[in-house]
Structure formats: C-alpha cells, structure tokens
Design a protein around this ligand. Structure first.
Ligand SMILES: CCCCC/C=C\C/C=C\C/C=C\CCCCC(=O)SCCNC(=O)CCNC(=O)[C@H](O)C(C)(C)COP(=O)(O)OP(=O)(O)OC[C@H]1O[C@@H](n2cnc3c(N)ncnc32)[C@H](O)[C@@H]1OP(=O)(O)O
Ligand SMILES: Cc1cc2nc3c(=O)[nH]c(=O)nc-3n(C[C@H](O)[C@H](O)[C@H](O)COP(=O)(O)OP(=O)(O)OC[C@H]3O[C@@H](n4cnc5c(N)ncnc54)[C@H](O)[C@@H]3O)c2cc1C
Length: 620
C-alpha cells in the first residue's frame, strides 16, 4: 500500500479527532488557521522552493536567500500580514537569514533596553526595514563570558560622544548573523568607560554601512566569517566579523533603558538589575524552546513516514516483508521522540506565558521572578535543544541509508539545527546557571523564604528526601502523581546532595568548579521535572475532541517513562525508586509502545501529516 493511501486509510481509522489534535499542537484554533494558511502560501510559491539549496554554491545560496527574504517581505506587505502571520511566513521560509536577527534580536533589544525616546527614534525605521540590524555581542575571544567582552565604548565629554573601539584582535566581533553582508546597523555590546572607570557591558546602536551605497563607514572593518557546518544549512546566513577603529557615536546611541550616562559623563545605574542588559538573550531562549518542538516534529515526521512504509525481513510464503515500525527497537527509539515533540510543545507554551508575565512585572518594577525566568529559559533552552539535536540524528539512523540522502531532508535539518546547542548560550554554561539558582534555593531552605514556582517542590524536600514510590505493578506507573513524585524526589535529592558536597570545599567557587558535572546533572533533573510537570498540567486542562486527551496521556507516559528509563541510574542511586520498580517502568513502556503503534497508528501518522505541506516543499 502506498504511503499516501496508507495515511488516508489510517486517518479514516483514527482513534481520535485529528482536526482537534491539530489545534492542540498549534496551541489554539486561530494559531492553527494562521499556520495552515501561511504553510500553504509558502508551499505553493515557487520562489520559496528549498529542494535545490544543498546543490548551490555559497554565493548562489546567499543570493537565493536574499531573493527569498525580499519576496517574503513583498508578500507580507502585499497581503498585509499581521506580525504573527509574518513571523510564521519567515519561519516556513525555513532558511537561516539576516531577518532572523533583525526581527528576532535587534528590534527586541531596542524594545527591551532602549528608553522611550530611543524606541520612538529607531523602531519605526527598523519595522519598515529602512535600517537592518544585527546583534553583535560575541567576540573572537569571548562568547559565553559576556563580562569578558573587550570592545570599548569610551565617553568623550568634550563632544558628547562615545568612541567605539576594538583594542585587541580578540575583541573583534565574531559570529553575529546578518553582519557579514547585509546589516546597516548593529547592536554592539561593549565595555562602558566614563572618566576612566569601567562600568561593565552595555548596548550601543552603531551604524556600520552607508544607507546610500551600503559601503562600510569610516573606522569600520566588516566581512563574512566563511563557510560553516554542512553545505546548504547555515551558509545562507552571513555571520560576520567586525572591528572598530575609534568610531564616534552620539551619547543617545547607548541604550538607556537599564542605565544612563548624563551629558556630564556621570554613569547612572537605575534601580533595575544589571542583568536586564541580558534580556534579549532570555527572550530568544524562550523562543528557541518552541522552535525545538518544531524541528523535532519535522524529524519525527520523516522517520515515521519511512518506518511505516519501509519493509525489511520477515516475509512468509512470499508474503510482504515486515514494516520496520513493527520492530520493538524501532519503536523504542522513535516513539519517545514523538512524545518529546509534544512535551517540548507544551513546555514551550508555558514558557511563553512565563516570559510574558515577567515582561509585565518588569514594567511595574517587579523583579521577583527574574531569577526563576533566567533559570527556566536557560535550562529549557539547554535541555530541549540538546535533546532535539540528538533526536534529529537518531531519526537519520532510523531511516537506514535513505536518512543520509540530502533528499530525505534530515541532513539539512540536522546541519541547520545543531548550532542551537551553542548559540544563545552554550548548553553546559546555561545548565551551570540553573545549578547556581538551585544551590541558592537549597541554601535558603529553612530561612523562612518559601520556594515558589517551578522550584516549589524544594519546599517539600524533607518529604522528598525520604519518600518511596508507591509502585508495585507496572500499571502503577500510569499515575501522573506517581511519576511526578519520582521526578521531584530525583531532582530534590540530586540538588541537596550537591549542596552538601559543596560544603566540603574551602569556598563556593572551588566547590562549583570541582562539582560542575554533578551540578549540571542536577540541573538537567530539575529541568526535566519542569517539562514533565507542564505536560501533566496540560492534561489537566479541558482538551476537546474524541480521544485526543487519551492520546496525549499515552504520549505523556511514553515521554516520562522513557526519560526515567534513560536516567534510571539517577533515580535508583538517589534512592527514589528500587531496581524492581525501574524494571516495572520499563515493562509498562513496552506496553505503551504497542498502544502507540497498534491501537493508535493514526497518532503516529498524524505527526506525519502535521507539517506535511512543509515537508512537501522540501525534496523528500
Ligand atoms: C533570533 C531568532 C529569534 C527566534 C528564535 C527561534 C528559533 C531559533 C532560530 C534561529 C536563531 C537564529 C539565530 C541565532 C541567534 C544567536 C544569537 C546569539 O548567540 S547572541 C549571543 C548569545 N550569548 C550568550 O548567550 C552568552 C551566554 N552568557 C551569559 O548569558 C552570561 O555571560 C552568563 C553565563 C549568564 C554569566 O553572566 P554574568 O557573569 O554576568 O553573571 P553571573 O556572575 O554568572 O551571575 C550573576 C547573577 O546574575 C544572574 N543572571 C545571569 N544572567 C541572567 C539573565 N539573563 N537574567 C537574569 N539574571 C541573570 C545570575 O543568576 C546571578 O544571580 P545570583 O546567583 O543571584 O547572583
Ligand atoms: C550559528 C551561530 C550563530 C550565532 N549568532 C550570533 C549572533 O547573531 N550574535 C552573537 O553575538 N553571537 C552569535 N553566535 C555566537 C554564540 O553566541 C557563541 O558561539 C556562544 O555564546 C558560545 O561562545 P563561544 O563560541 O565563544 O564559546 P566559549 O564561550 O569560548 O565556550 C567554548 C566551550 O567551552 C566550554 N565552556 C566555556 N565556558 C565554560 C564554563 N564556565 N564551564 C564549563 N564549560 C565551559 C563549553 O564546552 C563551550 O562550548 C552564534 C553562534 C553560532 C554557532
């Protein structure tokens, strides 16, 4: 049976309302309708074709990308698309391009760190793309260590200007997307110096190229940093290098929403946390989490499609060979990835709410949730991108030799996706930020300060440090409260153990350095607990549609129990569960795989259909 006939057949047999499941995935009926409409628009427009991009030279690929970006902008204007529709269209164009950074970082940084006057001056030009901006923070010598950046912005009270300078080779800005060829302006992060005093890293808007002939302005040396991983992939983006030779800018080109420099050259740190200078990174990290579920779902679609159609071995009396989806090993590798796509989708929805909430609080000078938002965005960005990068590679391997063909779509998807483990914060560095937040919370237990939000479970650590999971039969692992308590106990015990071991060192810094690996693992346990708990919260909502909630419950159990199986060492070593209970979880997982496959083949195929229009616009 051909794949498409099979799909149609399976849809007819669906155990659940596929249309309602589409809405669950999209987040709302409106979001689904926008996504569906824009996906069709992109898939039906020959200018947006993607099946040739791995065969183009870097120069032709870049020209192709610019052509697509210009065409996208033209269609956005012609069709009067909303900001949400425009963002979707850029997403479905699905090729790293300078507009990612213009819309994704340059504009949000001005909105988040600029004062009212600066927003009124720069945003209208940016929205009309009369200026094109990039986010130039990373340098050749420093990326993770933002406080180590070397570019300087020295205030000259004589002329009421800042002098932007690259004092060393390692201070060269290196990596910013859109910098190499396209951007006319950059948001530069540099050391603010007034009257000889260094006030740390702040943001400055600097024009790089002429708006008349696009040539670099005096004192500016700028270019592209060359080919990156893979052939097509990220090579459609002009990541660049930039050096300053005493470039002068007006004082009002320092973003003054977080701190200011007066006409007299006096540095004024307003009463907001200096970390708001990092606000744009926090914003992008929360978007990257939602993006992980999209990238993961695409890989799972391809691998599911293949697994359902591909047959190998098992022919009896000349009959058809076995579908590879029937092999338990194929199921145990693929189904947790399908479940992870939904898990990341739902935690991404929640994280978007958390970010919106903190943005509103900041406007009321309420900084109380900032530490938690930093820990959640950093941790979820790290865990979801690492898992997704690994999953795309796993999906390639699930497709045999065909997974290695460009036309499968998987190599390109992998090559474009994997830098997500590095950009917007190296994943290990971000886990250590989460660990810092966890250790601070543990140190405050007993101080009377009650842990709240995603760390509230630490307030029950006395119970969690000694509880025993109530699991005697495999089906006991189907109870959300049993799973939740196991994940809470594992996270609490790993954090408390780290905190105790830190006390064996002369100081916190030394302890942190020596125990960094344990601390990173404790951070992963905490973040996985957040993902599990948000999936449970999603299932507690009213979910319409025949059988939809039932399918999601199956996926939740697959996600949680496959994680438990993968990290069984943590759970058993921390005493949360016994080896026998671990074996029962694995037994339950096997039963669940059969449910996902035999009772609900349409759930799998639904994922295949989920972004089918998008897949059709690739060559696979
Ligand atoms: C752009 C597209 C948008 C859509 C996205 C969708 C999909 C993605 C698709 C495509 C993406 C396209 C392009 C990719 C763009 C990539 C762009 C970049 O990569 S930009 C550069 C990114 N760089 C980084 O992320 C740097 C990482 N390093 C840091 O963030 C910091 O250096 C640090 C590791 C956090 C350390 O900072 P610092 O030394 O200043 O602070 P500490 O001393 O460690 O901690 C002090 C204190 O501050 C708290 N804190 C730290 N950061 C924050 C924060 N962001 N918010 C709030 N609080 C913070 C920290 O917890 C400490 O608190 P305490 O313990 O209480 O003292
Ligand atoms: C495709 C892509 C696009 C990018 N776009 C932009 C952009 O638009 N704008 C921008 O400003 N930047 C951009 N970047 C840069 C990116 O943000 C940095 O690469 C990233 O922050 C990591 O910094 P680094 O490369 O200097 O590595 P480092 O910070 O030097 O880290 C190197 C490695 O050392 C280890 N390490 C470092 N510190 C620690 C620690 N404290 N503990 C344990 N291990 C540690 C980690 O393994 C890390 O991977 C982009 C990068 C890529 C790959």
């Amino acid at each position: 049976m051909e794949a498409l006939d099979y799909h149609a057949e399976e849809r007819r047999k669906a155990e659940f309302d596929v249309e309602e499941m589409k809405i669950v995935w999209a987040g709302s009926r409106q979001a689904y309708e926008i996504s569906d409409r824009v996906a069709r628009l992109v898939a039906s427009d020959p200018v947006f074709r993607k099946d040739n991009r791995t065969m183009l030279s870097r120069k032709d690929l870049f020209k192709d990308t610019l052509r697509k970006a210009a065409h996208a902008w033209k269609r956005i204007i012609e069709l009067r698309l909303s900001e949400e529709e425009a963002s979707k269209l850029r997403f479905f164009v699905d090729q790293p391009v300078f507009t990612d950074l213009h819309w994704g970082m340059f504009i949000p940084a001005i909105k988040g760190q600029g004062n009212e006057e600066q927003q009124q001056k720069w945003l209208p030009m940016a929205y009309k793309m009369q200026i094109i901006g990039c986010y130039a923070q990373t340098e050749l010598g420093h990326g993770s260590n933002v406080q180590g950046l070397e570019t300087t912005a020295t205030f000259d009270p004589e002329t009421d200007e800042f002098v932007i300078h690259s004092p060393t080779l390692t201070s060269s800005k290196w990596w910013p997307g859109g910098l190499g060829k396209v951007s006319t302006h950059a948001l530069i992060y540099a050391r603010l110096i007034t009257d000889g005093q260094d006030h740390g890293v702040h943001g400055f808007i600097v024009q790089l190229r002429s708006l008349d002939d696009h040539l670099p302005l005096p004192g500016i040396t700028v270019g592209d940093i060359g080919m990156k991983f893979g052939s097509g992939a990220y090579n459609s983006m002009d990541n660049g290098v930039l050096r300053f030779d005493h470039v002068r800018i007006l004082r009002d080109q320092m973003l003054m929403g977080v701190s200011q420099v007066t006409r007299e050259g006096k540095f004024m740190q307003s009463d907001v946390p200096r970390q708001l200078v990092y606000g744009t990174m926090v914003y992008v990290r929360q978007k990257i989490v939602a993006d992980a579920s999209c990238a993961l779902s695409r890989a799972v679609c391809i691998a599911t499609r293949y697994s359902v159609v591909r047959r190998q071995f098992g022919s009896h009396n000349g009959g058809p060979e076995t579908q590879v989806i029937d092999y338990k090993t194929q199921q145990s590798r693929l189904f947790p990835l399908l479940a992870s796509a939904y898990a990341f989708r739902f935690v991404g929805e929640w994280l978007k709410w958390l970010y919106t909430d903190v943005t509103q609080r900041l406007q009321a000078s309420d900084f109380s949730t900032l530490p938690e938002v930093h820990a959640c965005t950093a941790g979820l960005k790290s865990v979801t991108t690492s898992a997704t990068a690994d999953a795309i590679e796993e999906c390639r391997k699930l497709c045999g030799g065909h997974g290695y063909l460009s036309s499968s779509g998987l190599p390109e998807l992998f090559a474009v996706y994997v830098p997500a483990c590095t950009y917007e914060g190296d994943n290990v560095v971000l886990l250590l930020q989460v660990a810092r937040f966890l250790m601070k919370t543990v140190s405050q237990l007993g101080s009377g300060k009650k842990p709240v939000g995603t760390i509230a479970y630490m307030g029950r650590s006395e119970h969690l440090l000694q509880c025993r999971c109530e699991v005697e039969r495999a089906e006991d692992w189907l109870k959300p409260n049993v799973i939740l308590e196991a994940f809470e106990a594992r996270a609490a015990r790993m954090s408390v153990t780290c905190a105790k071991n830190l006390n064996n060192f002369a100081n916190q810094e030394e302890g942190f350095a020596q125990l960094a690996t344990d601390l990173a693992e404790a951070a992963v346990a905490h973040v996985q607990l957040i993902i599990v708990s948000k999936f449970i919260e999603k299932l507690q909502q009213d979910i319409p549609g025949k059988g939809v909630k039932r399918q999601l419950e199956i996926l939740f159990n697959v996600y949680a129990l496959s994680l438990l199986h993968k990290h069984l060492g943590d759970f058993v070593a921390s005493g949360c569960i016994t080896p026998k209970q671990g074996a029962l979880a694995n037994e339950q997982l096997r039963l669940l795989y059969s449910q996902v496959h035999f009772d609900n083949p349409s759930l799998l195929l639904y994922m295949v259909l989920l972004l089918e229009r998008l897949l059709q616009s690739t060559s696979f």
